[in-house]
Design a protein around this ligand. Structure first.
Ligand SMILES: [Zn+2]
Ligand SMILES: [Zn+2]
Length: 185
């Protein structure tokens, strides 16, 4: 039973006080296919996502919003090597900054050190689910493997080498050895 509403932080409210959140989001409530790369087609939550924190206007800024807190979730995606499901636990503090789109474009100001975590928002504020999705996508490792020692799929016969070794390995290395020998002679 996911929450039926989305938490939205409106500029008008943030101008008065910081917005606090403490949410538990069921798998499926956040669409991880939005803005995801091709290889992320099977990225999804493996369990509930819990997040606590606050959204606030950055002092002295022009409508810049900072969303910070702590997030815990277990994500699941296809292993890059063997294509079996791989789990990724995230248990981390986060802080993301959002500027209004209009201000961000054509802004000639010096890029500050926090720029890497700077996003943009359109309209009157930011939606918490968008922030959480963005943080998770930023945090997941570039290479997603079920385990460091994953042997992957044999490119010749398609066998998952974690389950059973095929004979292709020996043949290809023999071939390479033969090629090397003929080079030497
Ligand atoms: Zn794997
Ligand atoms: Zn094989």
């Amino acid at each position: 039973m996911g929450q039926e509403y989305a938490v939205f932080f409106h500029l008008r409210d943030l101008d008065v006080r910081a917005g606090r959140f403490d949410v538990e989001i069921a798998p499926g409530d956040i669409d991880f296919q939005l803005g995801a790369k091709d290889k992320d087609t099977n990225l999804h939550q493996a369990g509930p996502l819990r997040a606590q924190g606050k959204a606030e206007l950055v002092m002295g800024s022009d409508a810049e919003i900072r969303v910070s807190g702590h997030l815990t979730v277990e994500m699941e995606a296809d292993c890059d090597r063997c294509l079996e499901p791989a789990r990724f636990a995230i248990d981390s503090d986060f802080a993301l900054y959002y500027r209004p789109v209009a201000e961000g474009y054509g802004d000639e100001k010096e890029i500050d050190s926090g720029e890497a975590e700077m996003g943009f928002y359109e309209g009157d504020g930011v939606e918490l689910n968008d922030v959480l999705r963005e943080f998770i996508l930023l945090t997941l490792p570039m290479q997603r493997v079920c385990r460091e020692s994953c042997k992957g799929i044999c490119p010749l016969c398609g066998q998952n080498r974690n389950q059973e070794e095929c004979q292709c390995q020996a043949e290809t290395s023999d071939d390479r050895w033969a090629a090397l020998k003929s080079l030497k002679s």
